[in-house]
Design a protein around this ligand. Structure first.
Ligand SMILES: C[S@@+](CC[C@H](N)C(=O)[O-])C[C@H]1O[C@@H](n2cnc3c(N)ncnc32)[C@H](O)[C@@H]1O
Length: 236
């Protein structure tokens, strides 16, 4: 097992989380409640966000032991270990059982690699056959606010419509174009992505794809729904 490594993707995730938390600070109430995170990775991008937002506290979970070890080192090196904690384990087993005050916001750059099975370069990044299993599971967990990365090749239309079925609107998002990296470039994965896109379940071109970090919300104080703009930004 190794630690997830994709500098551009992590930087975009961190920057977007920071911007969305800042922009919606009042209604999200994260400075009172803190937030939880599915999938810490090496923690560098979000540790920088915690460092720049002194009221932010994050409880994060990762199923990869090397990632948790690396994350703890990086968090300590940035001096934010008192406000950014990491536990080894499945987010869905642990976050609810952690006790304490209720948290209404979850953040995640979830595993979204689509493949026929889990036998891929980093199995922890498998997002199911269409790539969106974990984000769909997250949208069914009952959080009022879900800030999550959505990839253009991982059936984003189903993700957005499922979110709407569960009462969420897309408040805002930040989208970026990414080159295929080592995980999506693995031949088995790349062929599968081609088949998914040809069948109308996503978008990618020869070189890359789009990722958006979106705020799905059911908080009444946050108005509007940019779901269709999000899908257009993902080239759907
Ligand atoms: C795409 S990486 C993102 C890492 C980091 N947030 C970043 O953007 O650099 C997804 C991470 O989720 C972790 N993961 C996968 N399934 C998980 C689960 N059920 N609970 C917690 N973490 C999980 C993986 O081990 C991986 O480190």
């Amino acid at each position: 097992m190794s630690c997830f490594s994709s500098a551009d993707e992590s930087a975009h995730y961190g920057f977007s989380v920071c911007m969305l938390l800042e922009q919606y600070r009042g209604p999200l109430k994260w400075d009172e409640q803190g937030v939880v995170e599915l999938g810490t990775g090496d923690a560098t991008a979000i540790a920088d966000v915690v460092s720049s937002l002194p009221e932010l506290r994050i409880r994060s979970y990762d199923i990869s032991a090397p990632s948790v070890a690396q994350a703890r080192e990086n968090i300590a090196a940035r001096g934010v270990a008192d406000r950014y904690t990491v536990e080894l384990g499945d987010f869905f087993d642990q976050a609810d059982a952690a006790g304490g005050a209720p948290v209404s916001t979850v953040i995640s750059n979830p595993p979204y690699i689509p493949a026929p099975d889990r036998d891929i370069l980093m199995p922890e990044l498998w997002g199911g056959v269409r790539g969106n299993d974990l984000v769909l599971q997250l949208l069914k967990c009952g959080y009022d606010n879900v800030i999550a990365a959505v990839a253009s090749y991982s059936d984003p239309e189903t993700t957005v419509r499922t979110a709407e079925d569960h009462g969420y609107r897309v408040a805002n998002f930040l989208a970026v174009g990414l080159d295929f990296g080592p995980y999506s470039n693995e031949p088995k994965v790349r062929d599968h992505i081609r088949r998914l896109c040809a069948a109308g379940h996503g978008w990618a071109d020869e070189d890359g794809y789009m990722v958006a970090v979106a705020l799905f919300t059911r908080t009444p104080d946050i108005p509007g729904n940019r779901a269709d703009q999000l899908l257009r930004a993902l080239q759907l």
